[in-house]
Design a protein around this ligand. Structure first.
Ligand code: NAD
Length: 448
């Protein structure tokens, strides 16, 4: 039996072993921008603490809101193609349920650990409150090397995870969704497994395929939300689509949709990266073609009419908008000064460390924070859940319009608060989220 060891930050497995198929993949050896030493938990905790202090929150109430309501760790033993059983760890953390059922994605990634899941669960509590949808915050994950697993192996991990944590889940309790390295197919397996135990329950997970009561517009929702916010901010910076140059870090669900929708509007995408490398074209990358190329298994660095660059150089590309859409901690104190943009819209969760946040503020770069910017996914997950509870379906236009209404309203509320209090959008968003959770917890009688 092999106990799985998380990878080190350089992308190699911490136990020094070869991946399950015996051969390192390109993604393991590609040069990746160094991530911050500070953890996602420290990042979220820092922003929470500053906002709580500005709100004058009592220490005992802050202690309740800082910690998780429930944390579960489970063993996921899976026999891989090397013939050995590998033991992965699965986590589900329910941070706060004052405002509604727990809600949050599940990621499959070798660096997943309890602290990261705690951080992401707490971020979900503030995010759902900021955009005013009736959910609490949760997150889950399995520390498996998803990019190296076959579909059969991924299915086994997904089903076993649900078997192990199913008592926590349910349409009125806790509703998972996709995140890094999980997608509509993963949610289909999870819904099926949950259904075996509890009967047909499409509202038990969101981000499902359309064939299984998924919602139109869910796959694109996080990227679309980012671009709705770009359009909200653009007049402040006197940007029009034809004058906007974008750089996108990460070309998965969030990054690829953000890049495609921006390009459809007429913006120029001048730089893109993923785990395998980074590319640029100052005249604009053909994003639709690149998307098709990647879907067919191509590497972005082998795409025609782009120049491969070092991933660190991506941050230095001259542009108007930088969208981090990969992992947490990618913009840190040692590289924030390199950014050559006017606006950062955070697609990823916790991409910017507190030290980097200060550097960006000093440089006059406006940051639309994760806790607001990437809420499009959970907003449309909420729509999917609402549709599932009624076994009814809205068309894509209705979904996109409703998404726009909610995320724009949240942006205006956060902006107004930042304007009034002279704080960043991030602190204003945290303050708004914390206030709403405190109010719900108080009227329920959880805190007094
Ligand atoms: P994904 O797995 O679909 O894509 C992740 C992308 O990041 C891939 O292209 C991968 O190659 C790239 N990547 C990984 N390491 C990288 C590195 N070192 N440098 C550059 N690129 C790298 O995941 P996703 O769903 O697009 O999620 C991306 C981020 O957005 C995560 O932080 C996630 O928590 C956040 N997020 C996702 C959603 C959603 O609806 N999927 C919603 C809110 C927030």
């Amino acid at each position: 039996m092999t106990t799985h060891t998380p990878r080190t930050k350089d992308g190699l497995r911490g136990d020094g072993q070869a991946p399950p198929d015996g051969s390192p993949r390109e993604a393991d050896t590609a040069v990746r921008p160094r991530r911050a030493e500070i953890s996602n938990l420290e990042i979220v905790d820092h922003y929470f603490s500053v906002a709580a202090e500005r709100l004058g929150l009592r220490d005992d109430i802050a202690a309740v809101l800082r910690s998780s309501y429930r944390e579960m760790q489970v063993q996921i033993p899976v026999k891989l193609s090397d013939g050995k059983i590998h033991v992965f760890s699965g986590y589900r953390v329910q941070h706060n349920g004052a405002r509604g059922p727990y809600k949050g994605g599940i990621r499959f990634h070798p660096e997943v650990d309890l602290d990261e899941i705690r951080a992401l669960a707490s971020l979900m509590t503030w995010k759902t409150a900021v955009v005013g949808i009736p959910y609490g915050g949760a997150k889950g994950g399995v520390n498996c090397p998803a990019e190296e697993l076959t579909d059969d192996e991924l299915e086994t991990v997904a089903r076993m995870f649900v078997d192990r944590v199913d008592r926590l889940l349910g349409p009125t309790r806790d509703i998972p969704a996709p995140d890094v390295n999980t997608n509509a197919q993963t949610m289909a397996w999870m819904m099926d497994e949950y259904g075996k135990l509890h009967g047909y329950s499409p509202a038990c997970v969101t981000g499902k395929p359309i064939a299984l009561e998924g919602s139109y517009g869910r796959e694109a929702a996080t990227g679309r939300g980012l671009i709705y916010l770009l359009r909200e901010v653009a007049p402040r910076l006197e940007l029009t689509p034809s004058t906007t140059r974008l750089v996108v870090q990460g070309f998965g669900n969030v990054g690829s949709w953000a890049a495609r929708i921006a390009a459809q509007l007429g913006c120029r995408v001048v730089g893109i990266s993923d785990a395998g490398g980074a590319v640029t074209n100052p005249n604009g990358i053909d994003v639709e073609e690149l998307y098709a190329h990647v879907r067919e298994g191509g590497r972005i660095t082998e795409f025609p009419n782009v120049e491969p660059i070092d991933p660190d150089e991506l941050l230095q590309l001259e542009c108007d908008v930088f969208i981090p859409a990969a992992l947490g901690g990618m913009i840190h104190k040692d590289n924030a000064d390199l950014l050559n943009c006017r606006l950062v819209i955070e697609g990823a969760n916790s991409p910017t460390t507190p030290a980097a946040d200060e550097i960006l503020a000093d440089k006059g770069i406006l940051v639309v924070p994760d806790v607001l910017a990437n809420a499009g996914g959970v907003i449309v997950s909420y729509f999917e859940w609402v549709q599932n509870l009624q076994h009814f379906r809205w068309d894509e236009r209705e979904v996109n319009d409703r998404l726009g209404t909610i995320i724009r309203k949240a942006f205006r509320e956060v902006s107004a608060r930042a304007g009034d209090g002279g704080s960043s959008l991030r602190l204003a968003a945290y303050e708004l989220g914390i206030e709403r959770v405190v109010e719900a917890a108080t009227v329920r009688g959880y805190i007094s």
